[in-house]
Design a protein around this ligand. Structure first.
Ligand SMILES: [Zn+2]
Length: 86
């Protein structure tokens, strides 16, 4: 399985360094809530399921192989949750 990151950027052109929340609306859209530290702005990006499907790589696409443990750690870090080393 491969995955493709969803490109996110602020109106100022900066890529957000922190995603605050990911959720879903009653009209079946995915919403990403993020913070731009460059211009101190809270942004919401909304994607329909059809748009989400368009971002999915083709099954034979040899993009980035999914590293579950690494992705989990990066996701938690993006939410501001750091895993304590044992
Ligand atoms: Zn910005």
């Amino acid at each position: 399985m491969s995955y493709r990151p969803l490109p996110l950027s602020c109106y100022c052109g900066e890529v957000p360094d922190r995603i605050l929340e990911v959720g879903f609306t009653s009209d079946r859209n995915m919403v990403i809530h993020f913070w731009c530290s460059s211009c101190s702005r809270v942004l919401f990006v909304s994607k329909s399921l059809e748009e989400c499907a368009q971002y999915c790589p083709a099954p034979d696409d040899t993009a980035i192989p999914l590293d579950h443990a690494g992705e989990d750690a990066r996701f938690l870090q993006s939410l501001g949750i750091a895993c304590e080393p044992e």
